[in-house]
Design a protein around this ligand. Structure first.
Ligand code: DAH
Length: 347
């Protein structure tokens, strides 16, 4: 038989063998048998040496065509068996795996609510630095270095390289009052103004069910003409009724001392329809407040004969605890999702 005919027959047979192979091992066996180093095609190619020059001219292109066809068949066969092997049946009736959906942290919910209420009463929402100078956290708030009021605020002091004096993690958001009044002295702000801060504060405290070393305070302050304690009480009532979303909120004021207000008060709250004996059926101390001390206004360059104001500060956690009936403050920073996700978004 002529070499050409043999080549053509070999091509037909090899293509059929590739098409018939059903797994990777079978494809490989066909490859070795036909295209391998001691395969049939190689054997045929060795016969070319004895052909006449005329025959060789025809054999060359034919040989190339056959090789291309077989290599393409090999690639096709390999692709076919490998996709067959990974073709695991899909059960479309299986229910989807549950996807976890986040919820807004209970503190963030209450913070947003507080900011919304105060914005609606014309307050600007502001904040200041967490790492603070003594001057703003204490000095300008009428708390000089030797004042005993410092003892009640256990402080994290920071020795920052290159700083002339120690810094501290702010112990309360009242530091933002100092910074705001300073703006007036610098000519960057003029009264009247109303501001609210919702921000983190830090105290070197032992942690228990009602104390944490990192917590959140709400500080509100108003500087205007003819401001009285009545405005202060009305503002606090409005805030509590709105944030707690209850109509059984009762508040009482007790005289108290804070160096940056005069007179100063402590506000207690109770929920008149709370279950008797439960935590919020009794008076719970909620916030400190008062009329801004003339010296604090003066320290910022505000004339206390012309301007008065009130200020108050409270723990946002405590507000959230009342609103959600949470008994332990450690829930908020504890990152235990089983606790946090119970409060959902905007419950
Ligand atoms: N800064 C006080 C504290 O952290 C709370 C406070 C009391 C803020 C009275 C005030 C205020 O603005 O008038 O304990």
């Amino acid at each position: 038989m002529a070499l050409q005919d043999e080549l053509e027959q070999a091509q037909t047979a090899a293509l059929a063998a590739f098409a018939a192979a059903t797994d990777a091992a079978a494809v490989e066996a066909v490859r070795v048998a036909w295209l391998g180093r001691s395969g049939r095609i190689k054997a045929l190619q060795q016969g070319f040496g004895a052909a006449s020059p005329e025959e060789k001219r025809q054999l060359g292109p034919l040989f190339n065509t056959v090789m291309e066809a077989l290599k393409a068949a090999l690639v096709d066969a390999q692709a076919r068996v490998s996709s067959a092997e990974t073709d695991v049946p899909i059960d479309l009736t299986l229910p989807e795996r549950p996807r976890p959906v986040g919820s807004v942290h209970p503190l963030s919910q209450v913070a947003e609510e507080v900011e919304r209420i105060f914005s609606s009463m014309g307050y600007a929402v502001v904040d200041g630095p967490h790492i603070e100078a003594d001057e703003f956290n204490f000095g300008r708030l009428n708390i000089p270095p030797d004042h005993p009021a410092r003892d009640s605020q256990d402080t994290f002091w920071l020795d920052l390289p290159g700083a002339a004096e120690k810094r501290l993690l702010r112990t309360h958001t009242s530091s933002v009052q100092s910074r705001t009044y300073q703006q007036v002295g610098l000519g960057k702000l003029t009264p009247p103004f109303r501001r609210v801060v919702v921000g983190k504060v830090f105290r070197y405290e032992a942690v228990d069910a009602t104390h944490d070393n990192t917590f959140t305070q709400v500080e509100g302050f108003v500087v205007d003409r003819d401001i009285t304690v009545a405005h202060l009480i009305g503002t606090i009532r409005t805030m509590l009724t709105a944030v707690l979303r209850r109509d059984d909120v009762e508040v009482r004021l007790r005289p108290s001392f804070f160096p940056f207000v005069e007179p100063g008060f402590e506000v207690d709250v109770r929920l008149t329809s709370a279950e008797p004996g439960s935590r919020f059926a009794r008076w719970v101390e909620l916030l400190g407040c008062g009329m801004i001390h003339p010296r604090v206004l003066e320290a910022g360059g505000i004339d206390p004969a012309e301007w008065q104001g009130f200020a108050f500060g409270l723990g946002l956690e405590r507000l959230a605890m009342i609103r959600h009936g949470i008994a332990d403050i450690r829930v908020f920073n504890g990152a235990d999702l089983r606790s946090l996700e119970q409060f959902g978004a905007y419950g």
